[in-house]
Design a protein around this ligand. Structure first.
Ligand code: ATP
Length: 363
């Protein structure tokens, strides 16, 4: 396997007595689009600042292409960071802003102009080269900031909520610009965001952080279908969480008894649970089936429909069992008309053994 572009080994950052980032282990591959998410203050920006060279780790090692970079200055490591407020120089023209990094590296003027011009062309900004920054729209400024960061051809681009100041339409357009650009030039993006839709739509892998630690790293699909613990399940908006106790384990099937009935899940390799242990089960909303009738049994419930919501081409159906357990199912919008309901309100809900996951404890 190829060596990762970035390796963070046991990296921590403290400010005085406060630990903002605690013992992070994270490898980032070449050409990967990695999103970092988590609640406010969980250490996302601090992680990015350490990669950018704006903060030094208090403990651990960061390597870029196998070389330790903990002590390398921002300029020496070439890991530019694009901020939410873009930090463009208002007293310089568009071209001068884009050239800035090359000027700092002593690149001769003619070459600077040519390389800046190429990037401005690529970003669709050729007609604005002599404009002042203040005469540009939000989206244009965004593209200038990207051109300024990419003109030095860095191996990695760090982005800290770059789209959060834009309106909804422009945000979606810029998401397209960013993902296309990243695939086209093939460089690594590390992208901090609060927006689930942004992270899950754009990233190859998503990192979920909480209180300075990494809770889970995985593809969007892995995180949605198998969140590793209750924090991650709730963070991604998952609602189908059931507390119970292991009643029996037989043939790698874990039988769980809860106040809401009996549930079953298959035991994963390495999973260590025994009869009597408390467990938390999770089922993805897309794994819940709604039918007119089904036999009584495990992973089956009679539910009342308590709400419905359109999410693009999909619908979220809000359900409640007779014992008060709230569940959510996600079904294609087209399937809604055919949804079988008793008295217009009751449906049968079921899901597969393999779709039931045991959530782990937080580390
Ligand atoms: P947000 O989503 O709100 O931007 P974040 O996840 O990016 O948050 P960080 O900016 O990394 O969070 O901050 C993590 C924690 O470290 C916060 O509690 C913050 O107050 C603290 N912190 C960050 N920088 C400093 C500093 N220079 N001095 C002291 N504490 C700091």
């Amino acid at each position: 396997m190829n060596r990762p572009l970035v390796e963070m080994d046991n990296v921590s950052k403290s400010f005085g007595g406060f630990t903002a980032v605690e013992s992070i282990n994270l490898n980032i591959s070449e050409g990967e689009f990695l999103a970092i998410m988590g609640s406010s203050g969980c250490g996302k920006t601090t992680t990015l600042r350490m990669l950018a060279g704006l903060d030094q780790p208090t403990q651990g090692e960061i390597r870029l292409n196998g070389e330790r970079i903990n002590e390398l200055s921002t300029w020496a490591r070439d890991t530019p960071l694009v901020w939410q407020n873009l930090a463009l120089f208002p007293f310089l023209s568009v071209t001068e802003n884009v050239e800035f990094g090359l000027r700092m590296r002593g690149v001769p003027k003619a070459e600077r102009r040519q390389r800046a011009g190429q990037w401005l062309d690529r970003m669709g900004l050729a007609e604005f080269v002599n404009r002042d920054i203040g005469q540009l729209s939000g989206g244009q400024r965004q593209r200038v900031a990207l051109a300024r960061s990419l003109v030095t051809e860095p191996p990695i681009l760090l982005l800290d909520e770059p789209l959060s100041a834009l309106d909804a339409n422009l945000k979606v357009r810029m998401q397209g610009v960013l993902t296309e650009l990243q695939k086209e030039i093939g460089i690594t993006f590390v992208y901090v965001t609060h927006s689930h839709s942004e992270a899950f739509a754009m990233a190859d892998r998503v990192v979920i952080m909480s209180e300075g630690r990494i809770e889970q790293v995985g593809t969007p699909q892995e995180i949605y279908s198998t969140p590793c613990n209750r924090f991650v399940a709730e963070f991604i908006g998952g609602k189908n969480i059931i507390e119970g106790k292991v009643a029996e384990i037989a043939n790698d099937i874990i039988l769980v008894k809860s106040d809401h009935g009996m549930f079953e899940t298959s035991r994963m390799a390495g999973e260590r649970v025994s009869a009597g242990d408390p467990v938390t089960l999770y089922v993805g909303a897309e794994d819940i089936r709604l039918t007119a009738s089904c036999e009584e049994g495990r992973n089956r419930q009679r539910c009342r429909v308590i709400g419905e919501e359109f999410v693009g081409a999909m619908m979220t159906i809000y359900l409640q069992t007779e014992t008060g357990l709230e569940l959510q199912a996600q079904i294609p919008y087209a399937g809604r008309a055919a949804l079988p309901m008793e008295d217009g309100r009751w449906v049968r809900v079921s899901w597969d053994t393999q779709a039931t996951h045991v959530l782990g404890a937080r580390i």
